[in-house]
Design a protein around this ligand. Structure first.
Ligand code: BTN
Length: 226
């Protein structure tokens, strides 16, 4: 069904540091209850981690997106991270990340990563805003190699997380950023804001300088370049 759903089942069995991988998903999930198209050819994975302090899982989303961007750059493609949880090539989305949490006797973070690898065609709704490694280069890729690289890069960055060195994570994220310096429209639950993306706050919020000169902290939402 969905690697995130499977991760939730495994969390009940008290497992930790498990990676669930699928060749395809029948109910791939995206943020805000959207569907994630999950046909053969993509990489679908979820990293399941025990995490006492769920307030810090946003850094895990950042870590995952950097790990994917670094992996894609190994193929000489200019992958960048889009706040809060996408990876783009030029302006097209190649990867989405859905981080979910489970709280209870033990808390868990599930970091779900969907990367378009060997897909050639996308459905009408997303075809002008999605891409894959195959679409970019006309080559096929070994999904296991890509998986291995993402895990390796995630693990390297996870050392900073373990040491609570969050500034370091945000610093690296900024180097890969597609968002900073751009004029952005942010659609949030509390309204729509337009401004220039001027920074990332220490809690991973996006800082938007509005037209009235005030800086607005965007905690959650969708952003678009305008
Ligand atoms: C988004 O951009 O909205 C996030 C998409 C996340 C998709 C991945 S695919 C692997 C994992 N399992 C899911 O059902 N969703 C995530």
């Amino acid at each position: 069904s969905s690697t995130n759903s499977k991760a939730k089942i495994l969390a009940k069995k008290d497992l930790d540091k498990v990676i669930i991988i699928a060749d395809k998903q029948t109910s791939g999930k995206g943020r805000f209850k959207r569907k994630w198209v999950s046909s053969i050819g993509g990489l679908y994975m979820t990293i399941l981690l025990k995490e006492k302090d769920l307030s810090r899982v946003k850094y895990l989303t950042f870590i995952a997106s950097i790990a994917v961007a670094k992996t894609i750059r190994k193929f000489k493609l200019n992958a960048k991270v889009k706040w809060p949880n996408d990876v783009l090539i030029d302006d097209k989305k190649i990867c989405g990340i859905l981080t979910e949490t489970i709280s209870g006797k033990k808390n868990y973070a599930l970091i779900g990563i969907g990367l378009n690898v060997n897909q050639k065609k996308f459905n009408k709704e997303i075809s002008n805003k999605a891409t894959s490694l195959k679409t970019e280069t006309n080559k096929n890729y070994d999904i296991s190699n890509i998986l291995e690289s993402i895990i390796k890069e995630f693990n390297n960055l996870y050392q900073h997380y373990n040491k609570k060195n969050y500034n370091r994570i945000i610093g690296i994220w900024k180097r890969y950023s597609h968002t900073l310096g751009k004029k952005i429209k942010a659609e949030t639950l509390s309204g729509t804001y337009v401004g220039k993306a001027v920074g990332v706050y220490k809690d991973c919020s996006l800082l938007l300088k509005l037209e009235n000169g005030k800086v607005k902290k965007i905690i959650e939402g969708d952003i678009f370049t305008v």
